[in-house]
Design a binder for this molecule. Sequence first.
Ligand code: DQA
Length: 141
Amino acid sequence: MKILIINGPNLNLLGTREPEIYGGKTFEEYFSHLQFKFRKLELSYFQNNIEGEIINELHKASETFDGVVLNAAAYTHTSVAIADAVKAIAVPVVEVHISNIHAREEFRHKSFISPHAKGVIFGFGLKSYDLAISCFIEDES
Ligand code: DQA
């Protein structure tokens, strides 16, 4: 099973960006942990700060991957275009957030993506990604 993790804007700064909210690990460090933990799966990772690049990757994912774990970061709350892409593709998308977006500013409570996602996981720190990947494994049995 092939799973693609897509991280949106500013998530390349994990480790140094607001560590009290997002923790002190880089995503690259965490990705190594995920690859080991889910070594029976084929995990890939893509990060981009540009909305259109994320959309292009979602379109491509449809052809190659069995599932997508998407943290669109701030675009979650603003991007009709990313939401439309999630709706348009056949591959299931699990939306994740590191922080509990409902415990933060009101503008973070709205997600354009959630209505089109297979499910949403947020608030567990980087463990949100583990939980999202696990959803796809359970689908297999
Ligand atoms: C985030 C939450 C968003 O509101 C924020 O803009 C991010 C990260 C999270 O993972 O908690 O960049 O998606």
